[in-house]
Design a protein. Structure first.
Lengths: 42, 154
C-alpha cells in the first residue's frame, strides 16, 4: 500500500469520525431542546 | 504490517463509521419531526429559493383551503390519500421534506399524518397561527405547477 493510499484512508476515516461526533453532539442538543419544550408544554 | 490486513482494517473502520453515521442521521430525522416549525421560520425558509420544502395542507374542507392557505401548499383533506384528487396526490412526494399544515397545529393530527412521510414537521399553531402572524396567503384552488414554469416567488 502506497503512502498516498494510506493517507487517503486516514483522512476519510477522520472526516467520517468528525461528522459522527458533530451529528451526535447536535442530536443530543436537539433532544435536550425537545425535552425542555415538552416540560414547558406541561 | 501486512498490506491486506491493513486494507481490511481501513475498510472495516469505514463501514462501521458509515453505519454509525446512518444511525445518527435517522435519529436526527426522528428528532426534527418532534419539533414544530414556527410560522415565521417557515416563511423565512420559503423566502429562500434554495429551500426545497413540500407543504401539505390537511385541513378538512376545501373551502378553508380556497379561502386562505400557505403559498404553494398542496391540499390533502384529512390527510387522506384515497379521497384526494389524483392530480393533487401525484404531486405529493412522501420522501420529500414536508411541512404539515393543520387547522391549529394539533400534535395528534400531525402525528397521524406524519406516518405517511419520511421527513415531516408540524407548522406550530397551524393555519390559524400563520394568519395571526399576518404572513402572505394564497386564496385560490390548487393548480399543479406547470412543467415549463420556474422561478416562482411568494
Amino acid at each position: 500500500m502506497t503512502k498516498t493510499t494510506r493517507l487517503v484512508f486516514i483522512i476519510a476515516i477522520l472526516l467520517m469520525l468528525g461528522s459522527f461526533i458533530h451529528l451526535k453532539k447536535s442530536n443530543s442538543e436537539l433532544a435536550q431542546t425537545i425535552s425542555q419544550q415538552s416540560q414547558v408544554g406541561q | 504490517m501486512n498490506s491486506k490486513i491493513e486494507l481490511g482494517a481501513y475498510f472495516t473502520t469505514i463501514l462501521v463509521l458509515a453505519g454509525l453515521l446512518f444511525q445518527e442521521g435517522q435519529k436526527r430525522v426522528d428528532l426534527q419531526s418532534q419539533i414544530s416549525i414556527p410560522p415565521q421560520e417557515l416563511y423565512k425558509k420559503l423566502s429562500n429559493s434554495q429551500t426545497k420544502l413540500q407543504i401539505i395542507d390537511i385541513r378538512s374542507d376545501q373551502s378553508s383551503y380556497e379561502d386562505a392557505h400557505v403559498p404553494g401548499a398542496i391540499p390533502l383533506y384529512n390527510c387522506d390519500f384515497l379521497k384526494g384528487n389524483e392530480s393533487t396526490t401525484k404531486n405529493i412526494f412522501t420522501f420529500a421534506p414536508t411541512i404539515i399544515v393543520s387547522e391549529n397545529g394539533d400534535e395528534n393530527v400531525f402525528r397521524d399524518c406524519a406516518k405517511n412521510f419520511t421527513q415531516a414537521r408540524n407548522l406550530a399553531g397551524g393555519m390559524a397561527a400563520w394568519s395571526e402572524e399576518g404572513l402572505p396567503e394564497d386564496s385560490s384552488e390548487y393548480s399543479p405547477p406547470k412543467l415549463s414554469g420556474g422561478g416562482g416567488c411568494l
